[in-house]
Write a protein that binds this ligand. Structure first.
Ligand SMILES: NC(=O)c1ccc[n+]([C@@H]2O[C@H](COP(=O)([O-])OP(=O)(O)OC[C@H]3O[C@@H](n4cnc5c(N)ncnc54)[C@H](O)[C@@H]3O)[C@@H](O)[C@H]2O)c1
Length: 266
């Protein structure tokens, strides 16, 4: 068990990536606080972990609201005493082009993706400093934070901002022994998340086909699944990465490394 005795907060615990990371950390022995603005995502993720013999708590919290974030950290501390790991995963995906992005949507997307990560990092790191915890903070980015995607101005901007938020926060916190790293997922295979939704008692989501055949353009021949991100998160959360801070760990099947005109599986 790589995370025995550790307490982890994961935000945005839908059945997809956040749920997969929360379950992956729990499988390595972490007690997990599942945090989501949607009560069913927080509670069902925690129930699923408890159902497999793990320890977990579901908390409803809007990560853009500082008072709710502070209250969430207080509740996590009351339940488990300290927090060793924070995974900033909550996010709003998708969007519009710069020509037609409504200001309200831009503001909300940046608030959740950037400000939510800032607030959770601030209050969890303060607790870590107070308790002398040599913690690990993980920021979930996206290949859209490394590249310019058309029709996705708020998402690309916020995810790119998180890459340098990670480096700056790593420098702020290094003297406290707290490490901060980001993890970059890419277009994700939906099968695992859909199966997790069913396991949580939900109907299997209905899917239209993807407009682009992402797997055909990826150097590796299939898209990653949440469990692949979970394994990388376990590494960054664990003492195995004790000398690593301020990096971005891409779990993207080679997407960002690829020379752009090459279509590997044409
Ligand atoms: N799905 C992908 O293909 C993909 C690719 C790259 C990166 N990512 C990133 O991975 C993360 C998870 O993505 P996902 O596909 O699982 O998305 P998702 O929509 O299934 O999950 C996002 C979760 O965040 C929660 N959330 C939204 N606003 C919140 C708020 N204000 N406070 C607390 N929780 C809030 C939602 O309720 C939801 O449970 C995101 O940060 C996303 O940008 C996803």
């Amino acid at each position: 068990m790589k995370l025995a005795d550790k307490v982890a907060i994961v935000t945005g615990t839908s059945p997809n990536i956040g749920g997969g990371i929360a379950e992956g950390l729990a499988e390595e022995g972490a007690r997990v606080v599942c945090v989501d603005v949607a009560a069913d995502n927080a509670q069902q993720c925690a129930e699923a972990i408890r159902g497999r013999g793990g320890q977990a708590l579901g908390l409803v919290c809007d990560v853009t609201d500082e008072r709710q974030v502070e209250a969430m950290v207080v509740q996590a501390r009351a339940a488990y005493g300290a927090v060793d790991v924070l995974v900033n995963n909550a996010g709003i995906l998708g969007g519009h082009s710069v020509l037609d992005m409504p200001l309200e949507r831009w503001t909300r997307q940046l608030a959740v993706n950037l400000t939510g990560t800032f607030l959770c990092t601030k209050h969890v790191a303060r607790l870590m400093v107070e308790r002398g915890t040599r913690g690990s903070i993980i920021v979930i980015v996206s290949t859209a934070g490394h590249q310019g995607q058309a029709g996705n101005i708020g998402y690309c901007t916020s995810k790119s901002g998180l890459l340098n938020f990670t480096r700056a926060a790593a420098m702020d916190l290094v003297r406290h022994g707290i490490r901060v790293n980001s993890l970059t997922p890419t277009a994700t295979d939906v099968e695992e998340g859909d199966t997790r939704a069913v396991a949580w008692g939900r109907a299997r989501p209905e899917r239209g086909g993807r407009v682009l055949d992402f797997a055909r353009m990826l150097p590796m021949d299939h898209l990653p699944s949440p469990r692949h991100y979970a394994r990388a998160a376990v590494f960054l959360a664990s003492d195995e990465s004790e000398m690593i801070t301020g990096i971005d760990l891409r779990v993207d099947g080679g997407a960002v490394a690829k020379y752009w005109p090459w279509i590997p599986h044409a």
